[in-house]
Design a protein around this ligand. Sequence first.
Ligand code: COA
Length: 316
Amino acid sequence: MTTTGVRIWGYGAAVPARRVTNEELSRRVETTDEWIQERTGIRERRVLGQGESLALLAAQAGEQALAHTGLTPNDVDLILLATSTPDDLFGSAPQVQALLGATRALAFDLTAACSGFAFALVTAAQFVQAGTYQNVLVIGADVLTRWVDWGDRRTCILFGDGAGAVVVSASPVNHWLGWDGGTNGQDGHLLELAYRGEHYGPVDMNGREVYRFAVTTVPEVLAKALHRAGLTIPDVDWWILHQANQRILDAVAQRLGIPPAQTVSHMGDYGNTSAASIPLALAEIASQGQLQSGQTVAIAGFGAGLSWGAAIFRWG
Ligand code: COA
């Protein structure tokens, strides 16, 4: 079967204005800036304020990504919004479509927590490879600060809000190299935002077990995706892993033998932004001119589900 080539280009990022530092949190729960930084690498996070919403952040990131490609909202065939924290449980993607004025586009949410962006990117690539769509806007956006218990020091220190986006388009030259992913619903109880009788939430997590899961599964899924791409570790220019925790990133880098300078880390400023963290980190190095067209990127998302996914592609 012949397939269409895929390119990934255009980047966008949006975060709420309000910063919440570790010091501010230490006035709410029994914790310290030192404890949080040492265990997680997080210094501060952005928190959604009045007049802001998941859909607004997502649309802002999406608009920027389109602007970088020169495509117009009318060129977009599909909007995939990876989020687990929509403004509306029926889905926020239609609202994003309306805000962007992308009236031709089919738009729907894809829910997979911190793996959401990786799964949405894979889904977009499949639609393009199959020749179904030319241009897919992939947005990862989450506002988990709406759903944490601000009295639970084990979880409230970790999360922040944000949105990031890229564009996946049909191309004569294929830049989509390989991917792999998995799900383990048996251990889903380790990280949940579940319906509890009268309402959802709050976020509930077994931190130690999730940590253990991440440091074993992420190196494996990256190795499998690389194998499928026919590449080895030195072939990759940038490693953009879900920004859950600096200790997880360090452990993964050490296991795979990745040079620290090639891993992107921004959780110090944003915390864990769930589905937004990979495209936010990508937008950061792209906007600084560090990520160059033609470079090879490896991404990996992991988290609630439990779920995990990795993809390898050439940028631009
Ligand atoms: N400040 C101070 N002390 C805290 C604290 C905080 N914010 N949170 C927990 N503690 C305490 C605990 O109460 C416990 O005290 P105790 O021994 O008196 O009971 C102690 O610190 C150790 O708790 P533990 O949960 O074992 O800590 P840890 O070393 O595992 O670190 C995490 C906690 C959450 C930082 C760590 O488990 C982690 O990063 N897990 C992965 C989480 C993650 O990334 N989830 C998202 C995946 S997408």
